[in-house]
Write a protein that binds this ligand. Structure first.
Ligand SMILES: [Fe+2]
Ligand SMILES: [Fe+2]
Length: 153
């Protein structure tokens, strides 16, 4: 499993969800999509921070070091917005603006990852890349299989 492919696939999934939010009719649908975006971004940032970024930081490159540090900070800002989502009313006038800001943050971050950072993964050796990808895929599967307690009584 190529870790970069896995991460890009997750990026595309999140982008598709943002597009659907824009077209969603009705508050329940917007709420559901917002929850889904939150869950996907939480998993994605976790996999990057726990598995991919530390490996990339080992690459002997000043650029890799800088990009990883910046990426952690961008994730931090994304998480601040994610933490607010449960309190956002999908019928409120702030909903659309907040989702747009989150989408733009993610878009900018994804561009930097795909256009610059992920290219540096070439410097990681093939066996290690393979094992990183496996660990990331495993974590993603587990998270997706885990029951979501959000709506539990
Ligand atoms: Fe990221
Ligand atoms: Fe990413």
């Amino acid at each position: 499993m190529d870790p970069v492919k896995l991460l890009k696939k997750q990026h595309r999934e999140v982008e598709a969800l943002f597009k659907r939010v824009g077209k969603a009719e009705g508050a329940p649908e917007r709420r559901r999509l917002m929850d889904e975006i939150g869950a996907k971004l939480t998993l994605h940032t976790k996999i990057e921070e726990e598995i991919f970024y530390p490996a990339l930081r080992e690459v002997p490159s000043k650029k890799a070091e800088e990009m990883v540090l910046e990426a952690y900070e961008e994730h931090h800002v994304v998480k601040l917005v994610l933490a607010e989502l449960p309190t956002v009313d999908p019928e409120d006038e702030h909903f659309e603006a907040k989702m747009t800001v989150l989408e733009e943050l993610v878009e900018h971050h994804v561009e930097e990852e795909e256009d610059e950072m992920f290219k540096l993964a070439d410097k990681i050796d093939d066996d290690e890349l393979e094992s990183l990808g496996e660990r990331m895929a495993q974590e993603a599967e587990q998270a997706e299989a885990a029951p979501r307690n959000r709506h539990a009584a």
